[in-house]
Design a protein around this ligand. Structure first.
Ligand SMILES: Cc1ncc(COP(=O)(O)O)c(C=O)c1O
Length: 384
């Protein structure tokens, strides 16, 4: 059962701007107000305006959530204080003894959550490198499959429809982290996933200025269970951050078009550079998952990982870039270069890192909105 609000007929880029309809404010304000309030007055006993306490519901947060439910073709979207808060709350859906298959290549924070929190809570995990290995890892007690596609940082693409089918056959849920592509390029719920995750800190908010997370459920029962968990645990996104996300969403389509076009150009340029030994970008026709990516997404995103010939060149590049900044994160207006070994994936074991290919020569570039020629000149000068 899918929610089909009247505005679902509008193009996705239009819904990014008008997702929740006109502001309810009687002043006619074009931009929705920020309801910066902790609590709401009751008209009388057993009466409510629909809002009681902002940990549970808040109109600004709801506006962001209903826009995202529409964009992801989901039933219910829930905004969290971070992507990690969303993932941690989702993992509370499961009970001790449940088995979860994860993609081997995942954001390092998700690895840390699994290893340091969920395992102690009795959840069991297996990892698979690609679609076939993930499906092969399903066991009788598998309750869920959790994948990023494309994955962070190796840019592997998982076949969502095939994985969803295998999960459902086993009575398990498919959870897809859609941070790298966003609903503008990929809508996992339409392909059979049950839950979508976002680090909204990335493309959804889009300006490197806020931390936020999101879960979108395909069906009402799952949405209600998650909402009850969030109200109890307390990871709901604050009104101002919800407003920043709504504001960021308005330009999602134009940002992603431009960022992906620049990323495509830089990926192609990087692979011809003599100091670069490999480029990982699913938009390159020789990427191992190019066909799946073409089939299930309308764009390949704006993250380009690459390996240089020596760790010394990687270290030099990180300190020599001028326009591009050496920093964690991705998806914002400013281009960032990340060193997964010591930053995003530092808490993985050496064995786990080796299995996916994270070493001292690997870099992850998040392509921002700067002019491609300026970014190329910066990389050329810093690569030496
Ligand atoms: C793919 C992915 N998922 C989840 C997260 C966690 O999100 P947050 O940093 O908003 O907690 C990140 C963060 O980098 C990420 O890259």
């Amino acid at each position: 059962m899918k929610r089909t609000p009247a505005n679902q007929r509008l193009a996705l880029s239009t819904r990014c701007i008008h997702g929740t309809g006109p502001s309810p404010d009687a002043t006619g304000a074009i931009v929705r107000p920020i309801y910066q309030t902790a609590t709401f007055a009751h008209p009388g006993v057993n009466q409510s305006t629909g809002y009681d306490y902002s940990r549970v519901t808040n109109p600004t947060r709801q506006a962001f959530e209903s826009t995202m439910a529409s964009l992801e073709s989901g039933w219910r979207a829930l905004a969290f204080t971070s992507g990690m808060a969303a993932i941690a709350t989702i993992l509370e859906l499961f009970k001790p003894g449940d088995h979860i298959v994860v993609g081997a290549d995942l954001y390092g924070g998700t690895h840390r959550l699994i290893a340091q929190v969920s395992a102690k809570n009795g959840l069991r995990f297996s990892a698979g490198q690609d679609t076939a290995a993930i499906i092969a890892a399903i066991r009788p007690r598998t309750a869920a499959i959790l994948v990023e596609t494309p994955s962070n940082p190796m840019m592997r693409v998982i076949d969502i429809a095939a994985t969803g089918e295998a999960a459902h056959k086993a009575g398990a849920r498919l959870i897809v982290d859609n941070t790298f592509l966003t609903p503008y390029f990929q809508r996992p719920l339409e392909l059979g996933a049950d839950l979508v995750i976002h680090s909204a800190s990335k493309y959804l908010a889009g300006h490197n200025d806020t931390i936020a997370g999101l879960a979108v459920a395909a069906d009402p029962a799952l949405g209600e269970r998650l909402e009850a968990l969030r109200s109890t645990i307390g990871g709901a996104l604050a009104p101002f951050d919800s407003w920043l996300c709504l504001r960021g969403l308005k330009t999602l389509a134009v940002r992603l078009e431009r960022q992906a076009a620049t990323a495509n150009g830089l990926a192609d340029w990087l692979r011809h550079h003599p100091g670069v030994s490999a480029v990982y970008y699913p938009g390159l026709s020789d990427h191992p998952d190019y066909d799946v990516s073409q089939r299930q997404a309308s764009g390949h995103g704006a993250v380009v990982s690459f390996r240089v010939d020596t760790a010394a060149r990687a270290a030099h590049l990180l300190s020599a870039v001028r326009l591009i900044q050496f920093a964690e994160s991705l998806g914002g207006t400013e281009s960032l270069l990340t060193y997964p070994l010591t930053q995003t994936h530092a808490d993985m074991t050496e064995e786990q890192r080796q299995a996916v290919g994270i070493d001292g020569r690997l870099l992850r570039l998040s392509v921002g909105l700067e002019e491609e020629a300026d970014l190329r000149a910066d990389l050329r000068a810093a690569l030496g």
